[in-house]
Structures are given as structure tokens and as C-alpha cells.
Design a protein around this ligand. Sequence first.
Ligand SMILES: [Zn+2]
Ligand SMILES: [Zn+2]
Ligand SMILES: [Zn+2]
Length: 274
Amino acid sequence: EIRINSYLQSWKTAMTVRSSQPPDLLRMIKVGQKYRLRMEGISFERTILRQMPIWHHAQADPKIRRLTNSRASKCLQNKHNLTTVGDAEDLAAALPVVIIRGRLANEHTNSNYCECRDCTELRQVINCEHPHTCMLRAQELLDTLPEKWDPRAEQPEDHEYDLNNLQKERDEENFNYHLSTTWNISDVFQIFTNQLTVSTRKVVTTNPRELSIVATDGSCIDNGQDTAIAGAGVFFGMSDPKNQSIKIPKTSGTTALIQSNQTAELLATKVASE
Ligand SMILES: [Zn+2]
Ligand SMILES: [Zn+2]
Ligand SMILES: [Zn+2]
């Protein structure tokens, strides 16, 4: 059975009363629909990308379905026990597509008669009769994933430095610029989502030596009342031309801005980071 979780995969649960699902599960799914529960995030760390089920992967190109029912895919499901994106990545890793420091990454040859270590092991341990075909299929499955969900692609994670290793003086906080959802696949779920998925991903390089220290503050007179007036300040250093003091505008585009401490603090941080 390759159906694991309908939120991570592209199949739908039958929601009729006569469906075979237990009533508790149906109730849970209904609550999920009501609050628009689904997977979302700007980017995810590889540990999460690799935990995703590969079969019926929710974000894969629909053509992944045509790859599910072939002889190779049956071997992957039944003998290789291949269930996750990580499993597929590990199996496809034996294919000599990557050249590392001028030489092929491994000794695999493009044939089912290959006698490299990986192929020999697959024949002996799980009785796979066509290891090369299976590796190719694993790669084809991965190729249906958009970059954002492909652990082989460059990810924002590659440029996210460990904040604990950055220099910090007393009373300073390092601004957490990390975009990636970290830790665990259970952290990818969000509620109150709209129909749009976040598909834009631009990998931005940040050099920690280019990080600058900046003080920000927001404040508000008559906070919480109709007469509230808020302002923000950004301080890079004495007589630094980048220093700014800002009156919070009434609107930003078509969105009305609430005159409050929080708006001011947020705007200060936004301006400082631009
Ligand atoms: Zn087979
Ligand atoms: Zn081989
Ligand atoms: Zn196989």
C-alpha cells in the first residue's frame, strides 16, 4: 500500500458515509478542510524533503502517476521497499550522473549486468534482477518533483548559516533570516491557508561577513485608541546616511495599516533589512 497520508500525497479520501474510513478519521479530515489545513512554507530543509512519500507526492508533476505501475516501480515498491523521496535519492545516487572532482562519483555502469558494489548488494540482499532499471526509475520519480521539493536541487538551506556561530555582543540578537522550515515533516502543516501555493523560490546567498548591526525600534502614541500615531526608527550608526525615522503611513498599497506598536516594530525591521 503506497497511500500514506492524503495531505502529503495527491489522492483523495472518499468522504461518503458509506466509505470504509473510521468515523473519527472522517471527522478529523472535515475539521482539516474547514480550517484549510495543508502543506505550505517558503522552503523546507532536506530532512523534510526526504521524509515526503515519493509515490503520489502531492507536489510532483501529474506524470508521476504514469511511472507508478510499471515493472520497475513494482520492484521498487515490493523488493526495495522504496517509500520516501529520501529512499529514491539514495537509490539513484549510484547512477554516474554527478562528476565529483573530475572523476565519476562511483563505478556503476549503465547496465543491468553492472557488478558495482551497489548493484551486487541489491541483487544479493533484496533479489532485484535489474538494479540499473530500478535506479533509473528512482531518478525519473525524483525528476517529477519541482525544485522546491527536490532534495538534489540547491535549497535556501545551503545558504543559511548557523546563527549560533555568528558573533554576538551583549544585548544583541542575530536576526533570524532563515526561510526554511526545519526539523520535522509534521512542521509543514499550516491552517487558514488560501488557494495559492508559494511556488516562487529564489536562492539568495548571504555572506556572514556582510551582515551589519542595526538597531530598530517602533513606538506609538495613544496605542490602542483611534487617535494612535505610530513611528519607526532605524539606526545603523552615528551620522550613517542609512539611518531613518519613519511615520507609519495610513495604508500600504490597498492594505490599511493599523497605527500600533507592533506595526511600527515590524516596519522598522522591514526597512532595516532592505
Ligand atoms: Zn524487479
Ligand atoms: Zn552498478
Ligand atoms: Zn529492483
